[in-house]
Design a protein around this ligand. Structure first.
Ligand code: NDP
Length: 247
């Protein structure tokens, strides 16, 4: 079983990497189930996918809320009769130096970038364990393997999901449940992510970097497609994706 006919739940599907991935997977025959908070964007995307001959549905989902994430996963099963992959992709990046004490933003990052991923994992795990088949793809960041000034808490959430995914892979191998994990470490990808930065100094630096080297989110969509497309016995678990021009 390749990408075609797989049922794939995607969080953070209303823009950027999630949107690009939804389009690519659907064009390759996957049935995509899209979640995010902005309903209009999700509705437009589902309409576009369907107009192009693909299969898609959506549900407004805030990944901070475990019940909403469970509802999105349940929608996949009730609409398409199965569940093969969850792409935990929703995230925010309000970068700032720790000394600026943007404590509310720290908490938001923990709730969305880390707790949101855990909510996704918890929502699929019973089904994946029972059916002895499933794949969890998660968007970490280059800030999940390297430290950068301004990325103290963002990086902490992204380092955390790296560990989580690797442990799920190892435990699944030990338990014989055939759950695959893939973790993505993108560098500068031109999306709406920088809109979440409120610290002006941090934003200026990021804007300059992204303007100079950023690439489109299709690059990440192709990697997700590749990971899902592998045969069941192959777990390609980590991908670092840089723009060619980024040092
Ligand atoms: P975007 O801002 O374009 O997309 C972020 C997505 O997350 C949106 O669909 C947004 O939808 C969703 N989202 C945010 N908060 C929530 C929430 N509480 N509940 C549900 N969905 C939420 O940026 P990207 O596409 O770049 O971001 C996708 C992922 O990629 C993030 O995890 C980010 O950290 C990661 N990443 C991005 C990089 C880049 O350079 N762009 C580099 C490395 C990692 P909505 O607002 O409608 O809820």
């Amino acid at each position: 079983m390749t990408v075609k006919d797989k049922v794939v739940v995607i969080t953070g599907a209303s823009s950027g990497i999630g949107e690009a991935t939804a389009k690519l997977l659907a064009s390759n025959g996957a049935k995509v189930v899209l979640g995010a908070r902005r309903e209009e964007r999700l509705q437009t995307l589902v309409d576009e996918i369907k107009a192009a001959g693909g299969q898609a549905t959506y549900q407004v989902t805030d990944v901070r809320d475990a019940a909403e994430v469970q509802g999105l996963v349940d929608l996949a099963q009730s609409t398409f009769g199965g569940l093969d992959v969850i792409f935990n992709n929703a995230g925010i990046m309000p970068s700032s130096p720790i000394s600026a004490l943007h404590v509310q933003e720290w908490n938001d990052m923990i709730d969305i970038n880390l707790r949101g991923v855990l909510n996704g994992v918890a929502a699929v795990m019973p089904t994946f364990t029972k059916q002895k088949h499933g794949q969890i793809v998660t968007t970490s960041s280059i800030a999940g393997i390297k430290s950068f000034p301004g990325s103290g808490v963002y990086g902490a959430t992204k380092f955390a999901v790296r560990n989580l995914m690797e442990v799920i892979r190892m435990e699944s191998a030990q338990e014989g449940t055939n759950i695959r994990t893939a973790t993505l470490y993108p560098a500068a990808i031109n999306t709406e992510l920088l809109h979440t930065i409120t610290n002006q100094e941090a934003k200026q630096g990021m804007d300059q970097l992204y303007d100079a080297v950023g690439i489109t989110p299709d690059a990440i969509a192709r990697v997700v497609n590749f990971a899902i497309d592998q045969p069941a016995e192959v777990n390609v678990n980590e991908f670092t994706i840089y723009p060619t021009k980024q040092a």
